[in-house]
Design a protein around this ligand. Structure first.
Ligand code: SF4
Length: 282
């Protein structure tokens, strides 16, 4: 027995062993993941590369690329210079910009030393950048019978399956809110972009399943878009059940929008709870 208030060697040894085991256990999953990623990287073949460096745009500041966008363009220019590749800039126009993000990016690249002019291609015909960034998924490539999810909701029809076949659909990208726990504001720069309404309706109408799990970051933050999508789905006669994501503040601000979606098939929603210090950007 040791004297109270003193620490003997056994205790120090036990503590050291505990710390060692803890560190080793924590590092093992990382090591395994690292080896797997390294393996994928080493096995990946570069043959078949298109020779095109694709740059996605970013919201302009006073019609000019911001620092992040400029860095992205400069990296693309460096890669294209050593690989004799071409640069494709994808970006429409949002906000108050008077030119497209692609055009602003192209102008910046052309001013760089090295004469990149002829190898720059711009995709700016679509007003909506997301059309370019999110081509419709090839749903014919997988068997939807194997993709199921638990489904909850108020007043579901009798004998509604607990695990129906479910399809994931994205109609928008990003979010304008700043919930303190969420990574989306950091990924999307506080911007919310929507697909063209008709494109979303076409995709949902073409699904061979009745349940749609939206993977938007916030489905109803752009109220005019959410209204338009609901009306267009209804007008098209699309009968599906929906599970969206929406912030509690959005619901409180527009309960009638949720009611409208309820009419066309909304069963439940996932609602991030905003912490007191979170706030809206718009
Ligand atoms: S509303 Fe949702 S997506 Fe937007 S910041 Fe909050 S948690 Fe993230």
């Amino acid at each position: 027995m040791n004297t109270p208030g003193t620490i003997d060697r056994d205790e120090i040894g036990t503590l050291a062993l505990t710390v060692l085991v803890g560190v080793a256990a924590a590092g093992l999953p990382f090591l395994i993941a690292f080896v797997r990623v390294l393996g994928v990287g080493l096995r990946t073949k570069t043959e078949g590369a298109t020779g095109v460096v694709v740059v996605s745009g970013k919201r302009l500041v006073e019609d000019r690329p911001d620092r992040d966008y400029r860095a992205r363009l400069e990296t693309a220019a460096r890669v294209a210079a050593v690989s004799s590749g071409r640069i494709l800039i994808l970006a429409g126009r949002i906000g108050a910009a008077s030119i497209t993000e692609a055009l602003a990016g192209g102008r910046m690249l052309r001013k760089l030393p090295g004469g990149l002019g002829p190898c720059i291609m711009l995709e700016q015909t679509s007003h909506d950048t997301l059309t370019n960034l999110l081509p419709l998924p090839r749903r014919d490539l997988w068997d939807t019978r194997h993709y199921r999810s638990i489904w909850t909701g108020e007043k579901l029809p009798r004998w509604h399956p607990l695990f129906p076949r479910v399809a994931m659909v994205r109609t928008s990208w990003g979010c304008r809110m700043k919930c303190s726990f969420c990574i989306v504001p950091h990924l999307c720069g506080g911007i919310h972009r929507t697909r063209p309404v008709q494109s979303g309706v076409d995709e949902i109408a073409s699904l061979d399943v009745d349940h749609v799990y939206f993977c938007d970051d916030e489905n109803f933050i752009d109220e005019p878009f959410a209204w338009a999508l609901a009306e267009a789905l209804d007008a098209r006669g699309v009968k599906k059940r929906y599970f969206p994501w929406t912030r509690t503040t959005t619901v409180n601000r527009s309960p009638e929008l949720l009611r409208r979606w309820r009419e066309i098939g909304l069963d439940a929603r996932s609602a991030p709870v905003a912490l007191p210090r979170s706030s809206a950007r718009a």
